[in-house]
Design a protein around this ligand. Sequence first.
Ligand code: HSE
Length: 405
Amino acid sequence: MIQTAVLGFGTVGSGVVEVLDRNSDKINGTVREGINVKYILDLREFPESPYRDKVVHDYDVILNDPDIKIICETMGGKEPAYTFSRKALEKGISVCTSNKELVAAKGPELISIAKEHNCSYMFEASVGGGIPLLRPIVTSLEQEKITKVTGILNGTTNYILTKMDAEGADFDETLGEAQAKGYAERNPEADVEGYDTGRKIAILTSLISGGTVKFEDVYCEGIAKITQEDFRAARLAGGVIKLLGICELGEDGRYTVMTAPFIVGRESPLAMVNDVYNGILIHGNMVDDVMFYGQGAGRYPTASAVVADVVDCARNIGKWIPIDWDGSKVEELAPFFERKGKFMVRVDIDERAAVAMAFGTSVQVLDAATGEFTFITGELTEKDFADKAASLKTVRNSIRVLADK
Ligand code: HSE
């Protein structure tokens, strides 16, 4: 048996133990030796759990057991996850994780430690939950020049936006539901403010470019300011509101990387991605558009992706599974204020004339009847838009509009 340990027996960690157990016949058919969870590390006891006898509280018990070949790090957060992962890799123990915060911050360093010690650092579950996404990017799409990724990458906010739009649901109540279902981060600010999507698009862009995109350089805007009036305006524009992570390669070879709410036209496949589902549209120069779809959060989908990595590592004991992500090459991103796009804006009806002054008369008017004047601008840079919007007194909200192509 190949012996493993799971660090953190929360939503994902307990799911990993269960997936390995419930699908053991399938997994053991693939990995001849079989895979066994020998330890579960957690501060808590789990007297009711069938796995209670595996629970330990001291990481050294795991680290000093020469039988352990693979560790699943499902603790989340930077510490102690970073120290535990590094120590394992330095001993030649592969690490499989769903921890996007750690992957975004320390991914290339941990990959290179793994390479040095003939083991692997794997993180399929860190982006897109249960969707096989990173493996296809680094294998099946390796030959492609990927010029754009547009993704719904956060299950919690997609769940909230879907319910608010379809049912007129209250923001806080719906966030509470997402937390109860185990979708949200421990601190849901990471979901709501777009940081989680920002980390995921930083990881994706790094894998695509081969360099490192720092999360701190990603423009992040969340969904906290979205109101029922915005959904109404989006419907008038023929679209829905989605929180997107986008990376786009410019002609100068620099990427624009961002996360923000967008109005997505109803004909876009991304408009049909609802609830906790994620959808990621990837544009390659030869393959054109490919789309990945599935549950982006939740116990079993995320655990399934962690276990996919465990199986890969079990088949490659003593070897490094290559991932091209160079920590020494930090990607210089395109300045965000130069990004071009259209914007939907809601102002008081009294400002109709001021809108014409600032944006011209060719704006697309969506509504001028309900006390609001709602319009879509022509294509502008972020800077031009911000300057023009600043000349208006009553901007209630503005949301970017996703270009058709
Ligand atoms: N909080 C994350 C989400 C979990 O809602 O997508 C999966 O990364």
